[in-house]
Design a protein around this ligand. Sequence first.
Ligand code: GTP
Ligand code: MG
Length: 448
Amino acid sequence: MYPVPVAGVRELLVTSGSTMAAAEVARQMSEGARNLSLSGHVGFDSMPDQLVNKSVCQGFCFNILCVGETGLGKSTLMDTLFNTRFEGDPAAHNQPGVHIKSNNYELQESNVRLKLSIVNSVGFGDQINKEESYKSIVEFIDAQFEAYLQEELKIKRTLHNYHDSRIHVCLYFIAPTGHSLKSLDLVTMKKLDSKVNIIPIIAKADSISKNELQKFKIKIMSELVSNGVQIYQFPTDDETVAEINGTMNAHLPFAVVGSTEEIKIGNKMMKARQYPWGTVQVENENHCDFVKLREMLIRVNMEDLREQTHARHYELYRRCKLEEMGFKDTDPDNKPFSLQETYEAKRNEFLGELQKKEEEMRQMFVMRVKEKESELKEAEKELHDKFDRLKKLHQDEKKKLEDKKKSLDDEINAFKQRKTAAELLQSQAQQSGSQQTLKRDKERKNFF
Ligand code: GTP
Ligand code: MG
């Protein structure tokens, strides 16, 4: 039997040629679809298997961010959770600020491959001034969203084999003070809650008594609620896990103990911490919530954490970022806005701004030139005045010198005249003297 064309669909296809948007057509098509029964096996019931095979082939990726003060047992808990020893050098704790360290690992369980990233906030809580401690963590989370968004916006996208580094869960380690949350914890969780799924855990829960632990858990939850911190809630909409998730939500924050040390208890080797007064078994639910955490984080809700990251946190980041870039879904009259129109509008706005800036710069340039011109004219006038002043000074000086020269020339001439007269007198005197000598010589000769 062949499926009969659905009347509603045919009608819609006719209208789709005109102005109807493709999404609207698709919606109406699905609304107008009729249920038909098959008279034999077709094969599309294998779709879930196909999906599973494809996913197994591709492998999965999961990124965990561990935030908590130094030495709260973050690395030990990761080793305990994944039943392995993640190599990694101990970080220095004398840094001026918090820095983020990310390590990637490939794990395999049965035939399922997991690309696991463990991101640590090194030096968190080590500083005297802790005001900015959350910043590098927020920046790191945003940077991973930004990288994904950039990949999405590319013309040639390779999202199918893109290494997704977005953080799927933040395990927030609370110190087992038995008192209350520190302001650093509240501020950090508040800054992170719209960006990542937060699961709060009480670290080193073996150092707090049973009664105190219950009170501490209640105190923490009430402080989170009163400060409006949104932590991750295990989903209860899927009925297969609704019951267990609902129960576990009431156990938050999980009080955990970590250890990679295996101790023989009875005839079994178990992960435990040994003390002079007894042994804390990590996987014993009467001792701590480690098993609850592992079940919730890995076995039951890993996929939901990945989904929430994409559908809630990344979506929020993407929306804010695109709005910041000027993209909108609707215009001011609430009419749908296409990406093309938004782009054109943004481009025109940008070109308008560019022209305005160009005009402003041109006017500024003309003004500057005018200012410079008048400054130069002023300087030229000053130079001319100075030149005139100097010229006059020079002329006066010259005239004075000429007068002096003239009077000196006159003096020289007078002197010369006097000198000539004196020489004349002197020669006349000499002449008369020699004539008298001759006369006396003659008289003497005549005498003898
Ligand atoms: P940094 O990376 O230096 O910030 O430390 P960390 O938070 O990774 O702590 P790490 O796992 O290195 O553990 C620090 C110390 O705490 C080690 O001596 C662990 O053996 C101990 N430790 C870890 N988990 C627990 C726990 O659950 N209870 C107790 N009592 N000690 C623990
Ligand atoms: Mg560590």
